[in-house]
Write a new protein. Structure first.
Length: 188
């Protein structure tokens, strides 16, 4: 049936639902409160999930403002969202608007302290472009379907770091695949 595909026995069907970064923020706040943490404490715990990798890379940690900023502007990058989802033990699909309970069929890879979850933007782009060509869609037509600009889509070809989580999740839904298909365990 058009608009549906299966992966691990799970059917993903249209319509495309937006990623609810506001709900992600509320889940972070609830977990933070439950653990008695400040936003700084939550950011530190989120960052320390990859402590061994962080020690090797010596890159900058996730900022509390990255987390708290979602309260006023409910958006986040796809890479930052993976840090948060890992800390919550949740799937990206569980934050699609109207989603029910968290379905473990969509589970992200398990990462130890020597790894970090990362979106493979090149794979996401290649899969999207292949399906776009198969369906005879122009970039503007696909942008209309996914409710984003064509530049947001074509920019994934050369993106080095991230795109918005909502855009990434709209693409995976259109592809009929779970987000986990495009997430890998990075060691750099």
């Amino acid at each position: 049936m058009k608009g549906e595909s299966t992966n691990v026995g799970v059917v993903m069907a249209s319509p495309i639902r937006p990623f609810d970064a506001g709900a992600l923020y509320l889940a972070l706040d609830a977990r933070r409160t439950e653990l008695g943490l400040s936003w700084r404490g939550a950011a530190d715990q989120i960052w320390e999930q990859s402590s061994d990798l962080n020690d090797r890379r010596r890159d900058h940690p996730i900022s509390p403002s990255t987390l708290t900023g979602m309260a006023k502007n409910p958006r986040t990058s796809c890479q930052h969202a993976l840090f948060m989802l890992r800390w919550l033990g949740r799937t990206p699909e569980s934050f699609l608007r109207g989603a029910g309970r968290d379905d473990r069929h969509f589970a992200l890879p398990e990462a130890g302290p020597d790894r970090r979850l990362r979106w493979s933007l090149k794979l996401l782009y290649a899969s999207m472009d292949e399906k776009r060509r198969q369906e005879g869609l122009t970039w503007p037509a696909l942008g209309a379907v996914l409710e984003c600009s064509p530049n947001q889509l074509t920019g994934l070809r050369t993106a080095r770091y991230a795109t918005g989580m909502d855009v990434a999740m709209r693409i995976v839904q259109w592809l009929g695949r779970p987000a986990a298909d495009f997430v890998y365990l990075a060691t750099w």
